[in-house]
Design a protein around this ligand. Structure first.
Ligand SMILES: Nc1nc2c(ncn2[C@@H]2O[C@H](COP(=O)(O)OP(=O)(O)OP(=O)(O)O)[C@@H](O)[C@H]2O)c(=O)[nH]1
Ligand SMILES: [Mg+2]
Length: 657
């Protein structure tokens, strides 16, 4: 057809870019976005050697334009059929196979179909069918359905003839989670469990032997005497994909909560779990058991601590360490936040304490990591018996799915609002949080270290970034609870002004350095400046009791100050004494039994009948006390008298004599 005119009809679905192509040709430039309607017909000279007059006709695929389209197609010499090049699976069906009855099907597959599939990634599968003989008809339509429900493209690269990297990564993670004894091999028992979990039925021994045999034939390091290696597991899935049996791989991936784009399902990583106001989240017995088992499994050298390589292997199925644990995070200085061995390796006690803290502060992170780490909810029958004692989150669990991680957590009963707490009898929690407040260098960080039984150090490093430590504390009746101590550093003023942050705190520990005369004043000012502190139970602690006690230069001495508030006097301790452990029990008890640990701010009604008697007794006691004190500590007497004179109460007594 020389010298003639060529008429091109540009057809295609809506928004496939027909008009943009014509526009780009016409203007000879790139058309980033074009959202016009149908272009008018254009005629131009096209061609490299001998330009030919060419007419280009744009069309519309809309039903109302169907007649115009038909007319244009009839007039055209050629159709440019346009589609957008995003992935749409294609099933290639060779119909009328009855016309070549003697053909070798395997040969057709090998010589005709496979090369096409390798060349065009859109081709999901090929099939020979015959409508006349009703052969492979159902199968052809089943393949179409499967191309949507179990697409090959995310799993297998037909050009490379290999599994895609994301699929390999997901399968490696699944292998790791199924390798329950962490020996790098899936033994027969592990395979049986895996098979049951993914396909709901056992694998018979001869099938398993056949699989092993097939793998072994391909490569000797796919199978060992005890089972299948990771390489074997991946290879098996590659074979499935090559043979068009990739539903098997999808069944595995979906059992382990992967989406079609091979990420973990959002609902699995972040299940619905709300902590109501004034409640807190804790690990349930099932949750603790999971973390105990995990620790024991990964403490390969059995030295009671997880070293760096054991930790990284434990966290392999996760993207990284939980974000709040990371060094740059201001919330949590892992692993120095909890109990470690001399070498700085986290112990089992520390591991459980750390997770208790994370769950308390950020239950969503715990849920996310339970999912990553392969937590499996026990069947619903065992679940109801083990969690019936606690106010558990399992009620949420049962209504959704038994595979959710929320049964590893429980919610505590809401405790009273802050202002009502002073009437609270008992708080039912096994994780409590204390803020440690006090003047610079009063010994707060050393106290946080003492909670972890760390050896005392003289070095002073002022705290700027907030610090936290957590450990278990045994209460007198044998109950174990986790105590979180927080030193607020430079964030102290902001946190004390934030009602929400104060609600997260169960008890305030007011500390001062009993050897430093300027230390107590800080606490008096703190309470004056942050009135909301008085809504929280508290404990007063005089630190550094191993050093000489000195009179405080504050207007009121600590004992008197606490007495006026109707509170127990400060507890004198030194982190250099082993008895400091008792302080942690007292802090925990104050959090759990707040009654009697609130500062009395409003005046109590006065009973005048006993007032005179009381005043007389006080004067005598003070007199006797001064005498004893003078005899016992002559070296500090001078400072003492000045301190006493400054206080109104002693001044009154002095004048009266
Ligand atoms: N003798 C003695 N010294 C202590 C004791 N506790 C802490 N110290 C020392 O007191 C100094 C300050 O201790 P830190 O624990 O850092 O004080 P801090 O309250 O955390 O200080 P900031 O973070 O700056 O507010 C350090 O040199 C400690 O070694 C104790 O019980 N006895
Ligand atoms: Mg400090």
């Amino acid at each position: 057809m020389t010298g003639a005119e060529v008429r091109i009809c540009v057809c295609g679905d809506e928004a496939t870019g027909k008009s943009s192509l014509i526009m780009s040709l016409w203007k000879d430039e790139a058309i980033p976005t074009f959202s016009g309607t149908v272009l008018p017909m254009v005629t131009m000279s096209l061609g490299l050697d001998a330009p030919i007059s060419t007419t280009i006709v744009d069309t519309s695929p809309l039903p109302q334009d169907r007649n115009t389209l038909k007319r244009e197609i009839r007039k055209a010499n050629v159709i440019l059929l346009v589609y957008s090049d995003h992935y749409l699976p294609v099933v290639l069906c060779a119909n009328k196979s009855d016309l070549r009855p003697d053909v070798d099907v395997a040969q057709v597959a090998e010589e005709e179909m496979m090369p096409i599939m390798q060349e065009f990634k859109e081709i999901d599968s090929c099939i020979r069918a015959s409508a006349k003989e009703h052969r492979n008809v159902d199968e052809a339509f089943y393949l179409c359905q499967r191309a949507v429900t179990h697409p090959i493209a995310p799993l297998y690269d037909s050009k490379e003839q290999n599994l895609k990297p994301a699929a390999v990564e997901a399968l490696r993670r699944i292998f790791f989670l199924c390798d329950k004894d962490q020996d790098g091999i899936l033994n027969d028992e592990e395979i049986a469990k895996f098979q049951n979990r993914c396909f709901g039925k056992p694998l018979n021994p001869s099938e398993l032997d056949e699989i092993k045999h097939t793998l072994h034939k391909i490569s000797s390091d796919c199978v060992t005497d005890t089972g299948i290696t990771e390489k074997g597991f991946i290879l098996l899935n590659r074979i499935y994909a090559e043979k068009g049996r990739h539903e098997t791989t999808w069944a595995i991936l979906r059992t382990f909560h992967y989406t079609d784009s091979l990420s973990l399902k959002e609902s699995f990583l972040h299940p619905k779990f709300e902590v109501p106001p004034f409640s807190s989240a804790e690990l349930s017995p099932i949750g603790y058991r999971f973390f105990v088992d995990l620790f024991l499994l990964f403490d390969k050298d059995n030295d009671g601590g997880l070293n760096q390589s054991e930790l990284s292997s434990l966290f392999r199925p996760t993207p990284c360490l939980p974000p709040p644990w990371q060094q740059q995070s201001t919330t949590n200085n892992f692993p120095s936040s909890t109990v470690c061995t001399e070498n700085g390796h986290i112990t089992l006690q520390g591991w459980l304490a750390q997770w208790s803290m994370t769950t308390f502060e950020d239950p969503k992170t715990t849920l996310e990591y339970l999912a990553y780490l392969g937590f499996e909810a026990p069947s619903s029958s065992s679940l109801s018996s083990s969690s019936s004692s606690s106010q558990s989150a399992t009620s949420q669990t049962r209504t959704t799915s038994s595979s959710t991680t929320t049964c590893a957590l429980k919610l505590t009963k809401p405790r009273k609002r802050r202002r009502q707490r002073r009437r609270t009898q008992r708080v039912e929690r096994s994780v409590v949080h204390a803020y440690v407040l006090g003047s610079p260098s009063s010994g707060k960080s050393s106290l946080l270290d003492a909670l972890l039984s760390r050896p005392f150090t003289q070095t002073y490093n002022p705290t700027i970034k907030p610090l936290k430590t957590v450990n278990s504390v045994e209460l007198p009746l044998g109950k174990q609870i986790y105590l979180i101590l927080s030193e607020l550093g430079e964030l102290e003023p902001a946190i004390l002004e934030n009602p929400q942050k104060l609600d997260n705190c169960d008890v305030i520990v007011y500390t001062y350095d009993s050897s430093n005369p300027d230390s107590f004043e800080y606490l008096i000012n703190l309470r004056k400046n942050h009135k909301a502190l008085d809504d929280l139970p508290c404990v007063y602690v005089a630190l550094k009791a191993d050093l000489d006690k000195t009179t405080q230069r504050s207007a009121v001495q600590p004992d008197q100050y606490t007495e006026e508030m109707g509170m127990p006097p400060p507890i004198h301790v030194s982190v250099r004494w082993s008895s400091v452990a008792e302080l942690f029990v007292q802090i925990a008890e104050a959090a759990l039994n707040p009654l009697g640990n609130f500062p009395r701010t409003e005046p109590e009604p006065v009973d005048r009948s006993s007032l005179y008697l009381a005043a007389g007794v006080t004067a005598c006691t003070a007199c006797a006390f001064l005498y004893i004190w003078r005899k016992a500590s002559p070296a500090t007497f001078g400072v003492g008298v000045i301190g006493w004179l400054r206080s109104g109460w002693v001044g009154g007594w002095w004048g009266a004599s």
